[in-house]
Write a protein that binds this ligand. Structure first.
Ligand SMILES: Cc1cc2nc3c(=O)[nH]c(=O)nc-3n(C[C@H](O)[C@H](O)[C@H](O)COP(=O)(O)OP(=O)(O)OC[C@H]3O[C@@H](n4cnc5c(N)ncnc54)[C@H](O)[C@@H]3O)c2cc1C
Length: 463
C-alpha cells in the first residue's frame, strides 16, 4: 500500500493554499507523505501509538518526529529510565527527515571552514569540525547498533568546481583542511572525475571526502522510530501541538485529541516550526524550500555515454547549489534551491529547471524524464549554524533546530545532545551552537529579503 498521496503533495488542505511555515498555523494534521521516491520505496510505516487521546503525563515531551525528535526519544528511552512521548502532527519522518537528498557528510550549518576560523577562532573551529565528524560517526554507529536497514551506500562525497576559478577555491579548502584541521581530502582534476565518477560539463576540479555515505532517508526515520518505540518511547502521530501552557513545574501541550503533560519539552520542528507555538522563536527561523527530482533509471547506453558510475554524493560550488547522486537502481537524484513559495507554478518551474540541469551536465542524458518531484522546508538561521538551548525565559523548554540544509547526520547528533541537556542540564556541543537562535533583522520581510538574495546569488552563480 502506498503511503503517499499525490493529491495533497504540496497543497495544505487545511489552508486551502500553498503551505508556508512562516504564515501557516501549523503543518496540518495527519497529512500523507510528499509524493517522493523515498515514500514510494520505504515499505510499511513503523508501528506507532496513534493520535493522542485524553490526558497523558510523561517526564519528557518531544514535538516533531523527524530525526531530531526521534533521536532525542531514542537516547532518552535507552540511556535514562524516563517516560517519553513524541507528538507528530503528520507521520513519522513527514518533514525533511523523510524527504531529503540522502547525503550524510561531515557537515553542519552553511559556513565555510575559513568563516568558522574568522568568527570563532581556530580552536573553536577545530572543535566544530570534530563535532561534525563525531556526528557522522554517531549516525553510522546508530545504524549498526539498531540494525537499521536504510540502504547505506558507501561512496564518499565530491564537491565539483562548476567554474575554473572555483577550482582554486577547492585547492585552498583542501590545503586549509589538511594544514589547520589535520583533515585529509583528495583533490581531483577533471580527468580523474571523468574516470572515477562521471563525464559531463561544468567539471573543473573536485574535492573528494571518503567519509560520507548515502542513506534512504525515510527508512532511516522509520528505523529510528522503531528503535525508540522498542526502547519504550510513545509515538503519537496525527497529533499537532497547538499550544504550550505553563502549569506550575509542568508544561501542558494541547493537541486536538488530548493533552500531554510533561516536566520538560523538546521542540524539534526545524523548518516546519510555525511562528505561533513557541512565541520566543518568532522571527528566528527562516524556512526555505529545497526541491528534488528523481528520474527513471538510466539505460545501459545512457550510463555508458555519461560514465555515471559514481556512488558519491555530489554537489557543485554554486551559492544556490545543485546536489546529485546516482541511486542504487541507476536513477538520478537531482536537487537544488530556487522556489520561494510552493505555488504550483514555482514548483513546476523548479522541476523543469532540475531536469534541464541534468541535460546540461550530461548532454547524453538530456532526454531523461523525472518520475518523482517534491520539495521540503529546510531551516536557515541568522548565523548559519544549528542551535540547541534552553529557552531563556522558560527553563522547561529545549529548542534543537536550524541545520541549514545539512541535518541528516547533525540533527541526529543534536537530538542526542538535547536528550543529554534535558537530563543533565549540560551537553558537549561546541559553544556557538548552544547560544539562542538570533532574531532576523526586519523579520517581517524575510521572504522579500530571500527573493533579493536569490536574484543576486543566481546572477553570481551564472558568472
Ligand atoms: C529536499 C531536502 C533535501 C535535503 N537534503 C539533505 C541532505 O542531503 N543532507 C543533509 O544533511 N540534510 C538535508 N536536508 C535537511 C535535513 O533533511 C534536515 O535538516 C533534517 O531532516 C531535520 O530533521 P528534524 O527532525 O529536525 O526536522 P523534520 O524532519 O523537518 O521534522 C520536523 C517535524 O515536526 C513536525 N511538526 C512541526 N510542527 C509541529 C507541531 N506543532 N506539532 C507536532 N509536530 C509538528 C513536522 O510535521 C515534521 O514532521 C534536506 C532537506 C530537504 C527538505
Amino acid at each position: 500500500m502506498s503511503i503517499c498521496d499525490p493529491g495533497s503533495t504540496r497543497i495544505n488542505p487545511a489552508q486551502g493554499k500553498a503551505y508556508d511555515p512562516l504564515t501557516a498555523d501549523g503543518p496540518g494534521r495527519g497529512r500523507p507523505h510528499a509524493l517522493s521516491y523515498w515514500a514510494a520505496t520505504a515499505g510499511e510505516e513503523p508501528p506507532h501509538d496513534g493520535s493522542l487521546t485524553g490526558d497523558r503525563e510523561v517526564d519528557i515531551a518531544i514535538v516533531g518526529a523527524g530525526y531530531t525528535g526521534l533521536a532525542a526519544a531514542l537516547h532518552l528511552a535507552c540511556e535514562y529510565n524516563l517516560s517519553i512521548a513524541v507528538l507528530e502532527a503528520n507521520r513519522i519522518g513527514w518533514g525533511c527527515s523523510g524527504r531529503n537528498g540522502s547525503f550524510a557528510r561531515v557537515a553542519f550549518g552553511r559556513l565555510g571552514k575559513q568563516e568558522w576560523i574568522d568568527r570563532y577562532g581556530i580552536n573553536q573551529a577545530r572543535l566544530m569540525l570534530d563535532e561534525a565528524r563525531q556526528g557522522l560517526n554517531h549516525l553510522r554507529s546508530l545504524i549498526e547498533v539498531h540494525n537499521i536497514d536504510c540502504d547505506l551506500t558507501e561512496g564518499g562525497s565530491l564537491e565539483v568546481a562548476h567554474r575554473p576559478r572555483h577550482a582554486r577555491r577547492l585547492e585552498e579548502l583542501h590545503r586549509l583542511l589538511e594544514e589547520s584541521f589535520d583533515y585529509r581530502t583528495e583533490l581531483l582534476d577533471s580527468t580523474a572525475i571523468a574516470d572515477r565518477h562521471y563525464r559531463g560539463s561544468e567539471i573543473h576540479a573536485g574535492l573528494f571526502d571518503s567519509r560520507s555515505f548515502g542513506v534512504h532517508p525515510l527508512k532511516l526515520a522509520h528505523g529510528l522510530a522503531r528503535a525508540a518505540r522498542d526502547a519504550g518511547a510513545a509515538l503519537h502521530v496525527g497529533s499537532p501541538a497547538l499550544a504550550i501552557r505553563r502549569d506550575g513545574p509542568h508544561r501542558v501541550l494541547e493537541t486536538p485529541g488530548g493533552r500531554l503533560i510533561a516536566r520538560t519539552v523538546i521542540i524539534a520542528t526545524n523548518g516546519y516550526t510555525g511562528e505561533r507555538l513557541v512565541p520566543q522563536l518568532k522571527g528566528r527561523t527562516m524556512p526555505v524550500l529545497s526541491n528534488i527530482v528523481v528520474t527513471r533509471a538510466m539505460t545501459a547506453a545512457e550510463k555508458t555515454a555519461s560514465n555515471f558510475v559514481s556512488d558519491a554524493l555530489i554537489h557543485d560550488t554554486r551559492k544556490l547549489r545543485s546536489y546529485y547522486r546516482r541511486l542504487p537502481d541507476n536513477r538520478i537524484l537531482m536537487g537544488g534551491r530556487g522556489p520561494i513559495t510552493e505555488s504550483p507554478a514555482e514548483m513546476a518551474a523548479q522541476t523543469e529547471h532540475l531536469t534541464a540541469t541534468i541535460g546540461n551536465i550530461w548532454p547524453a542524458l538530456s532526454g531523461i524524464t523525472a518520475d518523482y518531484a517534491w520539495g521540503g522546508w529546510v531551516n536557515m538561521t541568522r548565523d548559519s549554524l544549528p542551535h540547541l538551548y534552553w529557552l531563556e525565559d522558560d527553563p522547561a523548554v529545549i529548542v534543537a533546530m536550524g541545520y541549514n540544509g545539512t541535518g541528516v547526520p547533525y540533527s541526529i547528533a543534536a537530538g542526542r545532545h538535547a536528550a543529554q541537556l534535558a537530563v543533565t542540564a549540560r551537553c558537549e556541543a561546541p559553544g556557538p551552537l548552544l547560544a539562542p537562535l538570533e532574531r532576523f533583522m526586519m523579520s517581517a520581510f524575510r521572504r522579500l529579503g530571500q527573493r533579493a538574495l536569490y536574484k543576486l546569488w543566481g546572477y553570481q552563480d551564472g558568472r
